[in-house]
Design a binder for this molecule. Structure first.
Ligand SMILES: NC(=O)c1ccc[n+]([C@@H]2O[C@H](COP(=O)([O-])OP(=O)(O)OC[C@H]3O[C@@H](n4cnc5c(N)ncnc54)[C@H](OP(=O)(O)O)[C@@H]3O)[C@@H](O)[C@H]2O)c1
Length: 250
């Protein structure tokens, strides 16, 4: 990607206040994009947007989104349609992890994981499609996971949700690509963010040791892949799930 390749484009990054979403918001702003980022706390999102503006000199806005309520995603996308009808890029990043063995995970936890990761992402994707279809242009990246394709004990609810996102990527790409909108996904392996908080350091060190590239991923590793997929160098790529996992097979 050239240094200011995304100048003149507007990108929405959900969950842009920390972790992979934050790194992606920075990466896209560095490439010149106007970045709209969301957080559950709108004020925190606005502060993150001000940081982007100060650092890269590109316009940015912080918006509220809580995907435990699909109404919140619908409201967000109506607001984006009204205020940014030129939306070019969606990175549907916001998500939560679900941990628990099949025999003991409470049904409510499963429901939350599906509500946030699947229904929330679906609503944001639908809203973006409604904005992009009339313009016949756009690039969308969804966040799935290594566990969707390989399975990990204790992560069934999360794997089911992220598997849904991988499937959604393929169908959305089939439907939207003829309308000029590319849809891809990234499937991160183990990336050092707050999402890994439930795991003891020894387990993470063991995962790093098993990873062919010899380390865990960073949010910036994933942000680079996302920036590639939304940029012009990926202009003939759609319906693809790109692993960003250091070569790890669980
Ligand atoms: N880290 C990994 O190893 C890994 C691996 C594979 C896939 N992923 C995926 O990558 C994406 C980002 O993960 P991460 O590691 O950066 O996680 P993270 O550091 O925990 O950040 C999660 C982001 O999602 C937002 N979020 C959480 N619950 C939300 C809700 N109910 N409504 C709206 N936003 C919500 C958070 O917003 P707030 O700041 O407002 O809480 C935050 O910005 C997720 O989809 C995750 O499943 C991560």
């Amino acid at each position: 990607m050239t240094s200011r390749e995304l100048e003149g484009r507007t990108a929405l990054v959900t969950g842009g206040t920390r972790g992979i979403g934050r790194a992606t918001a920075h990466r896209l702003a560095r490439a010149g994009a106007t970045v709209l980022l969301t957080g559950r706390d709108e004020q925190q999102a606005q502060q993150a947007a001000r940081d982007l503006e100060a650092r890269y000199g590109t316009p940015a806005s912080g918006l509220g989104l809580d995907m435990t309520d699909t109404g919140s995603a619908d409201a967000l996308m109506e607001r984006v349609a009204e205020e940014h009808p030129d939306l070019d890029i969606l990175v549907a990043n916001a998500g939560i992890m679900g941990v628990g063995l099949l025999g003991s995970i409470p049904a409510q936890d499963v429901r939350s994981v599906v509500e946030v990761n699947v229904l929330g992402t679906f609503a944001v994707l639908q809203g973006a499609a409604r904005i992009m279809i009339p313009r016949r242009r756009g690039a969308i990246v969804l966040l799935t996971s290594l566990v969707a394709a390989h399975g990990v004990p204790g992560m069934a609810s999360y794997a089911a949700a992220k598997g849904a996102i991988a499937a959604l990527t393929l169908s959305a790409a089939e439907e939207l690509s003829p309308q000029g909108i590319r849809v891809n996904a990234v499937a991160p392996g183990t990336i050092e963010t707050e999402m890994l908080a439930p795991y003891p350091r020894a387990i993470l060190d063991e995962t790093a040791a098993r990873t062919p590239l010899g380390r865990l991923g960073t949010p910036e590793d994933v942000a680079g892949a996302v920036a590639f997929l939304v940029g012009d160098e990926a202009s003939f790529i759609t319906g693809h799930v790109l692993a960003v996992d250091g070569g790890l097979l669980p």
